[in-house]
Design a protein around this ligand. Structure first.
Ligand code: ADP
Length: 331
C-alpha cells in the first residue's frame, strides 16, 4: 500500500473531501494564509495569485485546490504533469479556460519542458504564443487567455525549475498531520460514513496513519468492515487493534515501501551509512520515489537520518524491526 490513491479509492474519497477551508482539518498556517489571500483577491475582483502546494501524497493538496475553486465560486479544471506531453496539450487546456477559473496541475514537476516554457507567459501575462510551421518560416501567433489561477501540486518543490517556481505568488508546504489532527479527520469521516467510532478507537487508528489523512480514511474502512463482521459494529480501541493486526499495519503505520527501505537499510546495509541510489536499487524503486514518498515519513518518525555519508538507521529503527541496536555509532 502506498499513499497514492487507486481509482476506486478516489471515488470513495470524493465523499469524504472537505469542501470548505473551515472543514479542512489542520495545516492551520496554510489555511489562514490562503483564506486571507482568497478574500483579498475577491475584494479586488481579480483571480488570486498562482498557488504552489508541495508535500508528500495524501496530505490534502487536491482537496485544497478544490476548496480554492469552491471558495471563489469558480469552476475547477484538473490535469496533471504526466498528462501534458506536448505544448499543444497545454494550449488546448489553457484556451478553454473561462475567466477566473482554477486550473489544478498535479505533479507539476513532471510536465514536458516545451509545455513548461509556454506556462511562463500564460501564468505571467495570460498569453500563449502558438507557433505555426517549422524552421525559418515559422510564425508565433499570440493568443490572449482568460485570467485564471493555477494551483500546482508537487511532492517536492525542489524538483521545480527556478523560472516556474518564481511564477507562483503563494507557496505552501504541507507537512504530516499530528495524531490529534488525524483523529479529527477520522471523527469527521466516521460521521459522514455512519461509522460508530469511539475516541480511543480514533486515537488508535490515527496513531497508525503515517501522518496522512488519506491513510487514516483507508484504515477506517478496514476497521469498519472488521467491526461489522467480527464485533458489534463499534470501532473501539480493541476492535481497531485487532483489525489492524489482521491487515499487517504496524504500530507506526509504516507502509510497504517504508518497511522495505528500513529493512534494507538495517538488515542489508547494517544500518548504513548507505547512499540514496544504492538504497533505492535494493528496494527496486526510483531514487526520487524513495526520497519524496518514503523518506520524509521515516525522517519524521525518527527512524532514519541523513548524513553527509548517506542514510543511517537510528536505534529506534532496529528496535522497530525487533532487532538489538548496534553498540557503536548511531545505529
Ligand atoms: P493529495 O492531493 O495531497 O494527494 P488529497 O487532497 O487527495 O491529497 O487528500 C486525500 C484524502 O484525504 C481526501 O479525499 C480527504 O478525504 C482526506 N484529507 C486530506 N486532507 C484533509 C484535511 N486537511 N482534512 C480532512 N480530510 C483531508
Amino acid at each position: 500500500v502506498s499513499a497514492a490513491a487507486t481509482p476506486e479509492e478516489r471515488a470513495f474519497e470524493a465523499g469524504l473531501r472537505p469542501r470548505t477551508l473551515s472543514e479542512f482539518v489542520g495545516q492551520r498556517k496554510v489555511r489562514e494564509q490562503l483564506s486571507i489571500m482568497l478574500e483579498g483577491a475577491q475584494g479586488r475582483g481579480r483571480p488570486p495569485d498562482h498557488v504552489l502546494l508541495s508535500g508528500p501524497p495524501g496530505l490534502g493538496k487536491t482537496s485544497l485546490a478544490m476548496i480554492i475553486a469552491e471558495e471563489l465560486g469558480v469552476p475547477l479544471r484538473m490535469t496533471s504533469g504526466p498528462a501534458i506531453e506536448r505544448a499543444g496539450d497545454l494550449v488546448a487546456i489553457l484556451t478553454a479556460l473561462t475567466p477566473g477559473e482554477v486550473l489544478f496541475l498535479d505533479e507539476i514537476h513532471r510536465i514536458a519542458r516545451p509545455a513548461e516554457e509556454l506556462l511562463y507567459a500564460a501564468m505571467e501575462d495570460f498569453r500563449v504564443d502558438v507557433v505555426l510551421g517549422k524552421g525559418p518560416g515559422a510564425t508565433a501567433i499570440p493568443l490572449d487567455l482568460a485570467p485564471f489561477t493555477l494551483v500546482g501540486a508537487t511532492t517536492r518543490s525542489g524538483l521545480l525549475t527556478g523560472p516556474l517556481r518564481d511564477r507562483f505568488g503563494f507557496t505552501a508546504h504541507m507537512d504530516f498531520y499530528g495524531a490529534d489532527e488525524l483523529a479529527l479527520v477520522l471523527a469527521r469521516s466516521a460521521r459522514l460514513l455512519g461509522v460508530r467510532l469511539t475516541d480511543d478507537g480514533a486515537a488508535e487508528v490515527a496513531g497508525r496513519s503515517r501522518g496522512t489523512p488519506r491513510i487514516a480514511n483507508r484504515l477506517l474502512r478496514r476497521v469498519r468492515d472488521y467491526a461489522e463482521v467480527r464485533a458489534d459494529g463499534v470501532v473501539s480501541r480493541e476492535v481497531a487493534q485487532a483489525a489492524l493486526r489482521i491487515y499487517d499495519v504496524d504500530g507506526l503505520g509504516l507502509d510497504r515501501l517504508d518497511r522495505a527501505v528500513l529493512d534494507a537499510l538495517v538488515r542489508r546495509f547494517g544500518g548504513g551509512p548507505v547512499g540514496l541510489g544504492t538504497l533505492a536499487v535494493s528496494v527496486g524503486e526510483e531514487a526520487e520515489t524513495v526520497e519524496d514518498v518514503s523518506e520524509p515519513f521515516l525522517l519524521r518518525a525518527g527512524l532514519l537520518v541523513r548524513t553527509a555519508r548517506g542514510r543511517v538507521a537510528t536505534p529506534a529503527a532496529f528496535t522497530h524491526l525487533g532487532l538489538e541496536p548496534l553498540a557503536d555509532g548511531l545505529g
